[in-house]
Design a protein around this ligand. Structure first.
Ligand code: ATP
Ligand code: MG
Length: 165
């Protein structure tokens, strides 16, 4: 499903990822562990396209992602729940969840997925009208995970998913 081969990523002149290779098969759960600043978040950002890699190759479901912009990767089902939640604080929980389903692939299933998220995370149903920024840290984390699920992921990348939970 996902293949990284010899990925090198830089921030300016500073190389953060050196020769990263990994495979993720369908149905697999892969965990990346490492000390602070090791480059874990940068691996996920490279896969979602938030950061461009300099050399190496990146394939998702057999397609080369090198020239595929981030929003098209999302449309392909490659979903990133970033470290630090990145919710829209002035919008309600429901609106944040719906923002996860703005793609063509997810829009048709928006209602169904919303019910699924409310079923999995009942707290989000209780709080659906509350402003996201006024919830507790753990509740915000639930909302961020729910928003990722709203996007109909084929591959879901969760950065520090249990933070605050
Ligand atoms: N936008 C950026 N510009 C410059 N340097 C960056 C940028 N983002 C990250 N870095 C640097 O890249 C390195 C890897 O950061 P990254 O966020 O990938 O680490 P991490 O393994 O996720 O750490 P943590 O466990 O603390 O979340 C760090 O040295 C960090 O300072
Ligand atoms: Mg990180």
């Amino acid at each position: 499903m996902l293949e990284l081969r010899g990925i090198n990523t830089f921030y300016g002149d500073v190389q953060v990822l050196r020769d990263i290779s990994l495979n993720v098969n369908k149905g697999e759960i892969i965990t990346i562990v490492g000390e602070n600043a090791a480059g874990k978040s940068t691996i996920l950002k490279t896969i979602s396209g938030a950061v461009a890699h300099k050399t190496g190759s990146l394939f998702f479901q057999g397609k080369d992602l090198s020239r595929v912009p981030p929003h098209v990767r999302v449309e392909m089902g490659l979903i990133h729940v970033p470290e630090g939640r990145r919710l829209f604080p002035q919008m309600s929980v429901k609106e944040n969840l719906e923002m996860g389903a703005y793609t063509k692939r997810a829009r048709q299933k928006r209602r169904e997925n919303l019910l699924h998220v409310y079923d999995m995370l009942p707290r989000m149903k209780e709080r659906h009208k509350q402003m996201a920024g006024s919830m507790s840290g753990g509740e915000q984390q639930m909302c961020a995970i729910g928003r990722g699920l709203m996007a109909c992921p084929d591959l879901l990348m969760l950065d520090e998913p249990t933070l605050g939970l």
